[in-house]
Design a protein around this ligand. Structure first.
Ligand SMILES: [Zn+2]
Length: 367
C-alpha cells in the first residue's frame, strides 16, 4: 500500500513536470521555420521578375530570386505602389515553395517564413508604398536586411525645414515599421559615393549610392531651375522637392557569371546638351562595371529622350534589353530606343521574367 502510494506520488510528479514543460514544447513548435534554408538548387540560377504595372499606374517592383545551392535568396527591388501586386507575388512564391517541399497543408501556418532582402532605390510612393502597407507588416515574411540610399538634406543646422523635405515622407515611416515589425533586420543606409559588394545565394551584387546630394547647394539650384521654373513652380511643394529624390537614386547591379542586370531607380536626365546631370555622372563614374544585359530604364521610361543614348551606349551590352515600367501614353523612352535600334520590353504588357543561368538568358511574359 505504502509502495503504491510512493509510486503514485512519483507518477503524479512526473505528470506535473510534463504539464509544466508543455508550454516549452508548444513554444518549441512555434519557432519560425526559415523556408529559404530548405530550398537548395542543383544548378545556380537568377530569376528576375519585373512585376506587371497596370495601365496608367506608375509603379516599380522587381523580385530577384537567387536559386543557390545552399539556399534561396529573395531580393525585393522596390515594392511598387501599395496595390498588393508585389505582396501577392511574394505570397504565391511562398505557397509554391511550400508545396514543392510537401508543406502544402501548412501554407496558412505563419511560422513558415519566407526571408526577404529589401533594396530601396529611393523613397517615393511608387517604389516603397507596398513595403509600408503590405510587406513589412506581413507575418508571412521575415526581413534579413534592408538597403537604402543616404538621407537627402536632412540637416540639423536649420538650413532646411525638415518637415518640408520630400525625403521624410517615407524614409522615417519605413525605419519605424522595421523597428516595430522586424527589429532584428540589418539596416544599411549607405553614404554618398559609397559602393558595397555583396555575395548572393548565387552570384554577386554591387550597390552604388548616389555620388552627391542633389538636395543642397548648386545641385539643388540646378534641379530648381530645370524642373521647377516658370509654370512648374507650383509643383515644388517641398524645400527639398520630389526630383531631388529621383536624382539621388541608389543603383543595384546583380550578376551571375557573365550576365548581369542593372537597376537605376528614377535617376534623372533631361538635357541632351549637358553631361553633368545625375544619370551622366553615375554612368561616367562606374562605366564598364555597370554595363549589363538587362537595364531597368531610368525613371520608368519617362526620363526624357536624352537618356536613351546613355542607356544604349553606356549601360547596356550590345544585344542588351531595356525594361520600361510605365504606360505607353507617358513612355518617351520606347520610341527613342527603337530609333537607336535597342530592344526593350514594357511591364504594361504583364510581368516579365528573365531566367539567367550558365547557358544564357531566357525571357518569359506572364500576361
Ligand atoms: Zn518612380
Amino acid at each position: 500500500m505504502q509502495r503504491f502510494a510512493h509510486n503514485s506520488r512519483r507518477i503524479f510528479s512526473l505528470l506535473l513536470v510534463l504539464v509544466l514543460l508543455l508550454p516549452c514544447f508548444a513554444f518549441a513548435a512555434e519557432q519560425p521555420v526559415r523556408l529559404n534554408s530548405l530550398i537548395k538548387a542543383d544548378t545556380e540560377q537568377l530569376e528576375v521578375r519585373f512585376l506587371t504595372t497596370p495601365t496608367n499606374a506608375k509603379s516599380d517592383a522587381t523580385l530577384v530570386i537567387c536559386h543557390g545551392k545552399e539556399e534561396l535568396q529573395v531580393i525585393v527591388v522596390d515594392g511598387g505602389l501599395g496595390n498588393g501586386v508585389c505582396f501577392l507575388e511574394l505570397a504565391n512564391l511562398r505557397k509554391a515553395l511550400m508545396e514543392s517541399l510537401g508543406l502544402g497543408d501548412e501554407v496558412k501556418n505563419k511560422n513558415y517564413k519566407l526571408a526577404l532582402t529589401l533594396f530601396i532605390t529611393h523613397f517615393h510612393k511608387d517604389h516603397v508604398e507596398e513595403l509600408c502597407v503590405n510587406i513589412l507588416p506581413s507575418s508571412l515574411f521575415t526581413i534579413d536586411a534592408i538597403y537604402m540610399p543616404p538621407a537627402t538634406a536632412l540637416v540639423t543646422d536649420g538650413t532646411y525645414n525638415n518637415t518640408k523635405n520630400g525625403d521624410i515622407k517615407y524614409r522615417p515611416r519605413i525605419l519605424d515599421l522595421v523597428k516595430h515589425h522586424t527589429p532584428s533586420t540589418s539596416v544599411y543606409e549607405l553614404e554618398y559615393g559609397q559602393t558595397l559588394e555583396l555575395a548572393l545565394a548565387c552570384g554577386n551584387a554591387k550597390i552604388y549610392a548616389p555620388l552627391e546630394d542633389w538636395g543642397i547647394g548648386d545641385k539643388l539650384k540646378y534641379i530648381e531651375s530645370v524642373y521647377y521654373s516658370g509654370g512648374n513652380v507650383l509643383k515644388r511643394k517641398d524645400e527639398v522637392p520630389n526630383v531631388v529624390l529621383n536624382a539621388n537614386s541608389e543603383w543595384l547591379h546583380v550578376s551571375l557569371g557573365d550576365y548581369s542586370v542593372l537597376f537605376t531607380g528614377d535617376i534623372m536626365k533631361k538635357k541632351g546638351d549637358r553631361s553633368d546631370e545625375a544619370l551622366d555622372l553615375m554612368a561616367n563614374a562606374y562605366k564598364d562595371e555597370v554595363i549589363s544585359d538587362i537595364v531597368k530604364y531610368p525613371h520608368h521610361g519617362i526620363a526624357r529622350n536624352p537618356a536613351a543614348p546613355i542607356v544604349k551606349n553606356q549601360l547596356l551590352k550590345k544585344d542588351g534589353i531595356a525594361v520600361i515600367t510605365t504606360d505607353g501614353a507617358r513612355a518617351a523612352a520606347g520610341t527613342h530606343l527603337e530609333m537607336l535600334g535597342t530592344s526593350y520590353v514594357t511591364t504594361e504588357d504583364g510581368s516579365y521574367t528573365f531566367i539567367i543561368d550558365e547557358h544564357g538568358i531566357t525571357c518569359h511574359l506572364v500576361e
